[in-house]
Design a protein around this ligand. Structure first.
Ligand code: DGP
Length: 114
């Protein structure tokens, strides 16, 4: 997608602090971190929102979550716990219309979310 910021990051046209890459996805540190560990796991394939998921995307979405758990281990937050978040659409406060999983860790989270 020509105007998609995360497609540009995937393509290397916009720099990012990458912590993981594989044939299916990349992961990089969020530019506006909301926790000591705040990493975005982003599929190389453009899918605007999780609500556009179809059965064919099940392996992709499963992979994103598996990668997030591996990165949580690498970042040292796995034992104490963390949060994985997908924002969807306006009410979900999704700002970038390219599917991504937020990995947030390194501090106590609260509930309910804001
Ligand atoms: P969301 O609201 O779920 O769409 O979150 C989008 C996140 O993307 C937000 O936490 C800030 C982050 N972000 C936006 N632009 C950039 C960028 O150019 N680089 C990086 N590393 N993160 C970005």
């Amino acid at each position: 997608m020509a105007d998609c910021i995360f497609c540009k990051i995937v393509a290397g046209e916009i720099p990012s602090d990458r912590v993981h890459e594989d044939p299916t996805c990349i992961a990089f540190r969020d530019i506006q971190p909301q926790a000591p560990v705040h990493i975005l796991v982003v599929p190389r394939q453009h899918l605007a929102r999780i609500s556009e998921m179809t059965p064919q995307h099940e392996p992709l979405v499963g992979h994103l979550f598996h990668v997030a758990t591996e990165i949580a281990r690498q970042e040292g937050v796995s034992d104490q716990g963390y949060r994985l978040v997908i924002n969807c659409g306006a009410h979900g406060q999704q700002a970038v219309d390219h599917l991504h999983v937020h990995l947030l860790g390194g501090r106590q989270m609260t509930w309910p979310p804001g």
